[in-house]
Write a protein that binds this ligand. Structure first.
Ligand SMILES: CC(C)=CCNc1ncnc2c1ncn2[C@@H]1O[C@H](COP(=O)(O)O)[C@@H](O)[C@H]1O
Length: 192
């Protein structure tokens, strides 16, 4: 599978890097492709290193103003003109998206996809890996949106919160098996 991972570009504590490394190893050992922002810094590097070391493939989508931190030696690397184009390309190249811990960049990428899913513009599965309860606050906010009528579709149809990398990958596998690529979604061209 081609799994797009949104995640932090920062150098983080072991309680975040260890589960990210574990997830990367799962991807690599499964022969999957990591589709990611292409940078060779912080958690993005930890995961790219881990996937490559475990035998997976890398597919990077950098962006002009960050091209100087793009990972060298990746055959499948493109550079988008701006962040919007980068998000569209990341989604286009992936079968599903898994979100690891991150800051505003990750939040931007995740909410963009939540909105596309809410309007039925893509059905590519979205899983949030809630390492160390990092996204408990976001989850509460989304649950409040759902409870008070701000979401037009059930939250469970938009995103799945997983506790472990294995659970995240299993969820994606089940979803894709159930409905094929994008679980019955519009084609990639229509979707992004
Ligand atoms: C000069 C330097 C060290 C830049 C590193 N900074 C970045 N490098 C690559 N992608 C980034 C960077 N900042 C934000 N992004 C995008 O936003 C996400 C990370 O942002 P954040 O760290 O969660 O908020 C990544 O998924 C990536 O697609």
């Amino acid at each position: 599978m081609k799994i797009c991972v949104f995640l932090s570009a920062a150098d983080l504590d072991e309680r975040y890097t260890a589960p990210a490394r574990e997830f990367a190893e799962l991807l690599g050992r499964g022969g999957h492709t990591l589709v990611w922002g292409g940078s060779d810094v912080g958690l993005m590097k930890v995961v790219a290193d881990g996937v490559e070391r475990a035998g997976g493939t890398l597919c990077g989508v950098s962006v002009g103003f960050l091209a100087h931190v793009a990972r060298p030696g990746v055959a499948d690397m493109v550079t988008a003109g701006d962040l919007g184009a980068r998000k569209a390309l990341l989604l286009e190249k992936a079968d599903a998206v898994v979100v690891l811990v991150g800051g505003t960049g990750t939040l931007d990428e995740m909410t963009d996809l939540l909105e596309l899913r809410r309007h039925g513009l893509t059905r590519k599965p979205l899983v949030v890996l809630n390492t160390a309860g990092y996204y408990d606050g976001l989850r509460s906010q989304l649950e409040r949106m759902e409870a008070e009528g701000f979401l037009s579709v059930p939250l469970a149809e938009l995103v799945h919160f997983a506790r472990t990398g294995r659970e995240a990958l299993d969820h994606v596998t089940r979803r894709l098996r159930a409905g094929g690529r994008g679980d019955g979604a519009p084609t990639v061209t229509e979707a992004v």
